[in-house]
Structures are given as C-alpha cells and as structure tokens.
Write a protein that binds this ligand. Structure first.
Ligand SMILES: Nc1ncnc2c1ncn2[C@@H]1O[C@H](COP(=O)(O)OP(=O)(O)OP(=O)(O)O)[C@@H](O)[C@H]1O
Length: 353
C-alpha cells in the first residue's frame, strides 16, 4: 500500500510542527525518516495513525483519502516512541491485546504472537509480566505488540532508541526480514544517522516539519541537497561553516579558495573524512588539536582553525594520532567543499574550483 502525505500542516500554539509536508512512499518499501529532535516525525506518525487531525493537507493510502477516517479503520500498525505495557497482563497478553480488540480469532492471535516473539527473540518472556522485564526487554515487547496488528502499513517511531548497539543491529535485520515476510510498507523514524544509513532503502531527511531530501540512502550521503542532510547523515557530524562568496572567492573560517558559485552568504560544508593530515595537495590549513578520540583504526580529531571548530576523522593504522595541543597542517581538496545558501540551506550550484 502506498502512503502519500500532501502538504500536511499541523501547528501547536501557532508554532508549526509540520509545515507543508509532502512525501510519497511506494508500496512495500522500507522508508527511514531521519530528522533532528522536534523536527515533526512523531507528529507525522500520529496524523497517519489518526490520533490527531492535520490543520491542512491530506493523507492518501493507495490513492484513497483517509484524512477523516477513524483510527480503528486505518490499516496502520503503530510502535509509538514511548511505550506503555499493561502491568497486569503477561507479555503474551500484552502483545495479543490489539488483535483481541480487533476481534481476531484465538488461533490466529496465538500463531502471530508466537511468530513475532520468535523473530524478536522474546519467546522466553511470554509468560512474564512487565515488572519482571529489563528496559530493553520491555522495548522489544512494545515493538512486537505494534507489529502484531493485521496491517498493511507499520510506523515505528524511534523503536530501538537506548538499546545497546549489538541488539539494535540484530533487531534492525529482523525488522527488515519481517517487513519482507509481511509484505507491508514500513515507515521508520530515527534521529540516529548511523541507524538511518543501516536501515534505509529510501531515506527521507526532515527538518523543521518539511522534507529536505528523499532519495536512496547512499545518494543522500554522497550528494546532500540541503545542509541538514549533510549534517544529519554521516558520523561524526559534518563541518558546517558560515561564510560568504565574494568575487568568486569563498571565505568561511579557514576555508578560503576560489569557487564557481555566485556571490552571497553561504554555509560551507565539509565531511570530517575529507580532511587530511599533513602536507597534501589542495587547500592548506593550520590548526590546533583540541581533543583526540582514538577509535582504534581511526581517530576523531577536534581542531580549531582560524577561530572555528573543525572535526576530522583520520586513519591511524600503524601511526599515532597527533598530540592534544599540538599545531598541525591539514589539507582539504576544494572539490570536497559543498556550498549551501545561508538563508534557505539549499545546496548551491557550483562547487569549489
Ligand atoms: N501535543 C503537543 N503539544 C504541543 N506541542 C507539540 C505537541 N506534539 C508535538 N509538539 C511540538 O511539535 C514539534 C515536533 O515534535 P515531534 O514530537 O514530532 O518531534 P520529533 O521529530 O518526533 O522529535 P524526537 O526525535 O525528539 O521525537 C516540537 O516542537 C514539539 O514540541
């Protein structure tokens, strides 16, 4: 089933949470919505589930307008961000609750509970009550409960937040497998960019209640169309330096070079992995090392250059990362600098020359 949001708007006390939100996702796709906190992801999901009404705009499922359809009549399963399990019911009964409510036959419920519990590795918990579970176990039960509904669309609002990395990785694989098995359309919100890149077929970057880019995950990473897409997708966060272009010259903190962009205020973006240490061809930058995080094979190095903060990731195979407090020479290929309009944050045509 396809899902289409058409110029959806929703404000709270005059402040827009969604502001002309437009998005269409294909049937049986796995779409990840990635946006910073308070960008509107949860509000969007609550509108799709029917828990709230938009101020303007429409929601279409396979072309049918469901904006005014009551929640119970929408074929949408929901894993909310904050979950509440019924304390007096066992895990199995907690999971079964939405299907019971919908009047599903007992055998169908039992089958579905068993299968979903197996996929999420919670079979051993089925007879326990929530007070006997750890935080992570409760979270997996809540995910299972949301996925149990006989639905064609499932929305998962940051369902793995707070779980340890190994468990998250495993659950991500299992959720993808489950999507294929259920032949359903999955919408998955996260504010974690690594999770977004790992999970996504299609990635939607949201900023301030609007879609700023919708593309394959790799395309968002390699060809960000908006400063927020560059900022959010990738780890560590990209460097975003405010500056200006005048007479074909970029000046943004330590980044000073000829560019083919029009004159005006800009944001110059540079991924940490595009900065090299030592003398290399390209733009030379003098910097001071503020902090080094040694990750084994590579180091994240926090620097100051021309009064601005810069983050670099450097391979340190065999070598040693630079000393904290030392001065160091950096090299940047001007072609790696991405320019965005300072006001709209949209990518500008023309990169460094
Ligand atoms: N019921 C509400 N009343 C008032 N303001 C609200 C309400 N729900 C959401 N908002 C506001 O709408 C904006 C978007 O919130 P939303 O919860 O959708 O963000 P989000 O992208 O899901 O963030 P997070 O990743 O932190 O969950 C925020 O500024 C939030 O304060």
């Amino acid at each position: 089933m396809s899902v289409e949001f058409q110029t959806l708007s929703r404000s709270y006390k005059g402040k827009p949470a969604l502001d002309g939100f437009d998005l269409k996702v294909e049937p049986q796709s796995f779409t990840v919505l990635c946006g910073p906190p308070a960008s509107g992801k949860s509000v969007l999901f609550r509108l799709l589930v029917g828990l709230e009404k938009p101020d303007a705009g429409r929601i279409l499922l396979s072309g049918r307008d469901i904006t005014a359809t009551p929640p119970a009549e929408r074929p949408v399963g929901y894993v909310p961000q904050s979950f509440a399990l019924y304390p007096h019911l066992t895990v199995a009964d907690n999971m079964a609750y939405p299907m019971r409510l919908a009047g599903a036959p007992r055998e169908a419920i039992a089958r579905r509970v068993d299968r979903t519990a197996g996929i999420l590795s919670i079979t051993h918990l089925l007879k326990k009550t929530p007070d006997q579970l750890s935080g992570g176990e409760k979270q997996r039960v809540a995910v299972a409960r949301g996925l149990l509904k006989d639905a064609e669309i499932f929305v998962l609002d940051d369902p793995l937040v707070g779980l340890d990395y190994k468990l998250r990785e495993r659950l991500m694989d299992e959720l993808k497998a489950l999507r294929a098995e259920l032949k359903a359309t999955f919408l998955y919100a996260t504010s974690d960019s690594l999770e977004a890149l790992t999970m996504a077929q299609r990635l939607v970057v949201i900023d301030r209640g609007r879609v700023v880019q919708h593309a394959e995950a790799a395309e968002v990473y390699h060809d960000p169309r908006h400063a927020r897409a560059l900022d959010l997708v990738g780890f560590p966060h990209a460097n975003l330096l405010s500056g200006r272009v005048a007479n074909g010259m970029l000046e943004a903190g330590p980044l000073r070079c000829a560019v083919a962009a029009r004159d005006g205020e800009v944001i110059a973006g540079l991924r940490p992995e595009a900065i090299r240490l030592g003398a290399a061809p390209g733009l030379r930058i003098e910097a001071q090392v503020r902090l080094v995080e040694n990750l084994g094979g590579e180091a994240v190095i926090y620097l100051e250059a021309a009064g601005r903060d810069l983050t670099a990731t450097l391979p340190i195979s065999g070598g040693r990362p630079p000393e904290i407090g030392s001065r160091t020479a950096l090299a940047v290929d001007p072609a790696d600098i991405l320019l965005f309009d300072a006001a709209t944050e949209i990518r500008l045509a023309g990169s460094a020359a």
